[in-house]
Design a protein around this ligand. Structure first.
Ligand SMILES: Nc1ncnc2c1ncn2[C@@H]1O[C@H](COP(=O)(O)OP(=O)(O)OP(=O)(O)O)[C@@H](O)[C@H]1O
Length: 226
């Protein structure tokens, strides 16, 4: 039994517009940082969504830290909010009508942890400071730079103290200079937080920086583990 990382084995068939796509995912991981990489269209985002609870597999098991989150044979499918993961979407999915502070606070009010108001405010201030977002705390996402948007989304994912972080191409929306800087910043931050990370990317540099364990995904299957 792997009681610290992911134990994943599931199947999902998606059908749409005369095409179909099959995901048949099997891996287990104990490394603090795992990268799933592979070409565009390989199924990386769908795989991460299934682990997060945003996509329901047809069958199989998804276990984290020894706890089953999905088990088709037992009729178990925990909803996303009960899985305790922080999730960073490829386009960050910030709420456009909320400012930076409100975006970060959102997960605290709605989340599993539901802390008292004072603790929630302290946590938001902590993350504003940690990511140097105080000067833009009152701005809406459309008024932010790419890097500020990414840091806001990361702060929102981290504020509820998730037990693991799921990152979908965290640097893809950034220009190359900023991408390198934020990659370094995030790697250092994650070292300090000691929180398990599952990251998907098709960028070789992400693989080098984050890929303690590397899983190559092709056509819906993990074909290489390194
Ligand atoms: N609802 C759906 N119905 C049918 N096929 C789908 C559906 N959603 C995604 N797909 C297909 O599944 C495949 C995998 O998509 P996915 O977004 O997971 O790829 P990816 O590896 O994350 O790609 P990228 O690196 O470009 O983001 C694609 O071919 C996509 O067209």
């Amino acid at each position: 039994m792997n009681s610290t990382g992911f134990e994943i084995s599931f199947h999902k068939r998606l059908q749409g517009q005369g095409r179909h796509f099959e995901l048949d995912i099997q891996f287990s991981s104990t490394a603090p940082r795992t990268v799933i990489h592979g070409p565009s269209g390989a199924g990386k985002t769908l795989c991460l969504q299934a682990i997060a609870g945003l996509l329901l597999p047809d069958s199989g098991r998804i276990v984290f830290a020894g706890q089953p989150l999905f088990d088709s044979s037992a009729g178990l499918a925990l909803p996303a909010r009960a899985r305790g993961f922080g999730y960073l979407f490829q386009d960050y999915a910030l709420f456009p009508h909320l400012n930076v502070r409100q975006n970060i606070a959102f997960g605290l009010r709605r989340g599993l942890f539901n802390p008292p108001r004072a603790a929630s405010e302290a946590s938001v201030e902590h993350w504003l400071q940690a990511f140097e977002l105080q000067p833009v705390a009152g701005l809406k996402p459309a008024q932010l730079s790419g890097g500020q948007r990414q840091r806001t989304a990361l702060a929102r994912a981290l504020a509820p103290q998730p037990r693991a972080l799921l990152l979908d191409e965290p640097f893809a929306a950034l220009d190359s200079a900023l991408r390198e800087r934020l990659r370094e910043e995030l790697a250092e931050l994650l070292d300090r937080l000691a929180i398990p990370v599952l990251l998907i990317s098709h960028d070789e540099q992400d693989l080098l920086r984050f890929g303690q364990q590397r899983l190559l995904l092709r056509e819906g299957r993990i074909v290489e583990v390194g």
